[in-house]
Write a protein that binds this ligand. Structure first.
Ligand SMILES: C[S@@+](CC[C@H](N)C(=O)[O-])C[C@H]1O[C@@H](n2cnc3c(N)ncnc32)[C@H](O)[C@@H]1O
Length: 195
């Protein structure tokens, strides 16, 4: 299930979000692209306007870009070489289909109660040894930001436990700070885990 208010926000703000993301080079994405074999199939889960999907496609990877916001997907569909899929996280039902799942600041919009099922579905969707890289804001609990988007916040120990329970091996944890659309600087973590 996706949160209606959150998806409505992204539908209404897809253009503004695209402008915000434009020109931003994600060093973790560049490193992922260097590590993947040529032609690998990558799922950009919660792809937004497809900035990262486009970069992956330009580098020669096969890209499936999935998002619950139709307007975000409309932007992503304009990126050459990107296959789009309008679906929420709970609709992911692929089996051993992807070499990598890239979920940049998207899974943080799922309720905590649904997160273990999403991790299990991602694990199933990855080929054996496939890699999941995702970023989330750190903290505790759930709630809405000042733009009415729903967020779940996690500490690293909590994430590690959930990933291990889903069958992942956590291989890297990186910390950073980001200022998003709500305008406040927040701490985040980028986690790399292997299936
Ligand atoms: C902060 S944006 C990140 C977009 C993109 N990954 C990026 O890094 O620019 C969060 C995205 O997650 C999507 N999203 C939120 N809840 C979702 C859900 N339940 N299923 C699929 N996509 C969802 C939103 O529509 C939005 O495009």
């Amino acid at each position: 299930m996706s949160d209606d208010k959150t998806i409505r926000f992204y539908d209404q703000q897809s253009e503004a979000y695209r402008k915000l993301a434009e020109g931003f080079e994600n060093s973790r994405l560049i490193r992922l692209m260097q590590d993947l074999p040529a032609g690998a199939h990558v799922l950009d889960l919660g792809c937004g306007p497809g900035h990262d999907s486009a970069q992956l496609a330009r580098a020669g990877f096969k890209v499936t870009a999935m998002d619950a916001s139709r307007e975000m997907l409309r932007e992503a569909a304009l990126c050459a070489g990107v296959t789009t899929r309008h679906a929420s996280f709970d609709m992911l039902d692929d089996v051993a289909a992807f070499d990598a799942v890239w979920a940049n600041f998207s899974l943080l919009h799922a309720p905590k109660a649904e997160f273990p099922a999403h991790l299990a579905a991602i694990h199933r969707a990855l080929r054996p040894g496939g890699v999941l890289v995702f970023s989330l804001k750190t903290g505790s609990g759930e709630g809405r930001d000042r733009l009415d988007r729903f967020y779940s916040y996690y500490e690293v120990e909590e994430l590690t436990g959930l990933l291990e329970a889903a069958g992942f091996r956590v291989t890297e944890i990186e910390h950073g700070h980001v200022t998003g659309m709500a305008g406040s600087e927040e701490a985040f973590v980028t986690v790399t885990a292997h299936a």
